[in-house]
Design a protein around this ligand. Sequence first.
Ligand SMILES: Cc1cc2nc3c(=O)[nH]c(=O)nc-3n(C[C@H](O)[C@H](O)[C@H](O)COP(=O)(O)OP(=O)(O)OC[C@H]3O[C@@H](n4cnc5c(N)ncnc54)[C@H](O)[C@@H]3O)c2cc1C
Length: 426
Amino acid sequence: MDLISVWEATANEIKKRPALMGDEHSDVVIIGGGYTGLSTAYHLQKKGVKTIVLEQKKVGFGGSGRNGGQVLTGFIHKMSDLKKSKGLETARKMLKMSLDSIDLISDIIKENNISCDFHRNGQIIAAYKESHLDHLKKEQEVLKRDFDYEVTILDADEVPTELETRFYKGAYIDTNSAMFHPYNYALGLAEAVERNGGTIYEKTEALKIERNAQNKVIVTTDNGNVIADEIVIATNAYTTEKLHRTIARTIIPIDSIMIATEPLPQELVETLIKKNRAVEDSKNLLYYFKRTGDNRIVFGGSGRSANRRDENRLFDNLHAGMLRVFPQLQDARIEYRWGGKVGFTREFLPYIGQLEDGTYFAYGYAGHGASMSTLLGKVIAEKITRNQPEPNPLEVDELRPIPFHSQHARIVSLMKYYYKFLDSIS
Ligand SMILES: Cc1cc2nc3c(=O)[nH]c(=O)nc-3n(C[C@H](O)[C@H](O)[C@H](O)COP(=O)(O)OP(=O)(O)OC[C@H]3O[C@@H](n4cnc5c(N)ncnc54)[C@H](O)[C@@H]3O)c2cc1C
């Protein structure tokens, strides 16, 4: 599925970059021109380390140019669950990392004058069922007691102070989350890399990775090679086995689709999402939506299509879902439809680390990469320059392939039915 996104249609100037021609040397070669790769390059260049980014299509082609623009605190797991699985101290560090990731994005945007409609107005998790609101209330208690972290809960009759809908049974508000125009942030970050002396090649697919007798990395592309001391793989859900078999087998790419309305009257969008917060709901097969800078509503949900007819049906279902949440949008024209791949690991938590052969990696943000990927790019840069302040709770020292990985498309389709069932009975 590769239809144009509203972000691409409304982007700042999209600079075209050349493909690699011939051989080049660099300190570090980075594969993937999304937030992870660009942030790694940005932070390395700032320390005077020479980087080359190779992007198979164009900057922001992957999730980074297509996402919902929700720059969220936390992880896909609740902090109470992370407390149980990781222990309280580690969970606290993880929450802090997620807050740091948003501060970092805000600082990069300011420092580089990136025009990307960044607002830190907070996030709403809208409760789809009363039982979901009960869970959110319990989460609020744990956050306050164990994490010294405040969120607000609204009961059903208070939802209209935030959202003009009867679809939801309550809401959870975290005012630390943010939102941006995702593609413009990627484009701005790429320009910041170049201003700091980094090189980005587009239309340049990394085909093969080898090491020579001097332990230098050689990345082969169609029309040239990059020879470097270090390599970073930042291809997330777009990683193929051809590029890196081990990493590819630890990622499950899951399709997500989005639609965007035409620009709407300001009073209407201000009525629907009153405080301009990013919204997701509490379903397993969740909806996520927000206003854009030009007064549209962008609305996302899950999607995996086998063919074009199926694809149309998925978009129609998503549109019908949007109208169930906001019937006021009945007459709003849908101007853009698009989709992309979201990367998940086995634990549904990001992985960062270095393989035995020296390859650095960070990926698998499970729908929270708009915030976390910029921070993990910085952490990789710190690892490469041996300047890592303290152990990272997301660091993994071994990558274990997911069993039956080659069947993931089929398994994900089946899981969708299961999650739909859970949503209906919860
Ligand atoms: C529809 C959608 C909605 C989403 N909404 C949200 C959201 O609201 N909030 C949130 O936090 N997250 C969201 N996400 C996830 C988020 O976009 C990602 O977590 C984030 O962009 C990951 O950045 P990345 O740089 O690691 O990967 P990507 O941005 O995917 O970049 C990987 C890049 O690697 C390139 N590549 C792959 N193979 C090669 C190769 N061999 N050679 C050269 N280049 C290669 C690809 O072309 C791609 O550009 C969403 C994702 C999608 C698809």
